[in-house]
Design a binder for this molecule. Structure first.
Ligand SMILES: N[C@@H](CCC(=O)N[C@@H](CS)C(=O)NCC(=O)O)C(=O)O
Length: 288
């Protein structure tokens, strides 16, 4: 499965590999979508390398991680391709799509909306799993059997929930400051009410801690890595890493949850611990 229409927006040599930005016609979203892709030198030389997808947080685009996380140098060394999707559809014709920074544009929450007017285009889960990942691995001859997933904040929620909702697709998983229990926090309540409606039993299907608590065996036996800054202004009200920690303990899922004094929610924090995440994925994907 490839792309119906793929347009190269820009291309930049980067640590012996190439950082590219693309636009394509998405059949799942029903609109054009943007994504960024880093191909390491090994891929340019024809080797079938693993794909590591990063899901970004609220207000971000496909450019944010590409420009701020500093991941390309080590990804080039480790031979990892990096995929950075956008965080929502844009220019959808929904009048209120950009009225809030934490709902609508830039806030797709990596799920398929069921409620009008969002259900028309807001289907990020289907977009990623049914369309973008298969098309990217096919188009660029990446190893679809060796895929990792990580993300930040709303994208951390996306990484943890999509990895649990789609067993077998990803072989490695990590997150930075993820929203771990969206059914308990204001960001989650707002997004789930708007996109999914009032039925909280449906919300539970998109809550990483509730999904993990239901697992009969550890879905990621090699371990999940989570980093959390203790100076993160969203930690107390929005993130609930302790809920995911308890759920992993219940499910027998190995989890390395590191709490770091002095680090906030932003990309200085992400950049600081990026190396550990890339090595975590490279090691798991080498064994997959
Ligand atoms: N606009 C929000 C902050 C939004 C925010 O912190 N977004 C995070 C993800 S949840 C991010 O990665 N922003 C992009 C950046 O730091 O470059 C506020 O005023 O508090």
């Amino acid at each position: 499965m490839g792309f119906a229409r793929l347009e190269l927006v820009s291309e930049h040599g980067c640590f012996g590999g190439v950082q590219r930005f693309y636009k394509h016609a998405s059949s799942e979203i029903g609109l054009p979508m943007h994504f960024a892709l880093f191909l390491p030198p090994q891929a340019l030389a024809g080797q079938k390398v693993p794909l590591l997808t990063f899901l970004a947080g609220l207000t971000c685009t496909e450019e944010t991680f590409s420009m701020k996380a500093g991941a390309q140098r080590l990804a080039a060394q480790l031979g990892l391709a990096l995929l950075m999707p956008d965080t929502s559809p844009r220019n959808t014709g929904v009048d209120s799509e950009d009225h809030h920074w934490d709902f609508g544009v830039g806030a797709g929450f990596y799920l398929d909306a069921t409620q009008a007017p969002w259900s028309g285009h807001w289907c990020m889960e289907s977009y990623l799993l049914k369309e973008l990942l298969p098309a990217v691995t096919a188009e660029f001859q990446l190893d679809s059997k060796r895929q990792g997933l990580f993300g930040h904040s709303m994208g951390g929620h996306g990484a943890l929930t999509l990895a649990l909702r789609h067993p077998g697709v990803f072989q490695s998983l990590s997150a930075f400051a993820p929203i771990c229990a969206p059914t308990k926090c204001p960001w989650g309540h707002k997004a789930f009410t708007g996109y999914l409606g009032q039925d909280e039993s449906i919300w539970a299907e998109h809550d990483a801690s509730l999904l993990m608590a239901q697992q009969k065996t550890a879905p990621y036996p090699g371990g999940i890595l989570i980093d959390q800054g203790l100076a993160d202004k969203f930690l107390a009200e929005q993130l609930y890493p302790e809920a995911f920690e308890a759920a992993c303990a219940q499910a027998g899922q190995p989890l390395t949850l590191r709490r770091h004094a002095g680090y906030d929610h932003g990309y200085y924090f992400i950049g600081t611990f990026m190396e550990d995440h890339l090595r975590h994925h490279a090691q798991a994907l080498a064994q997959a």
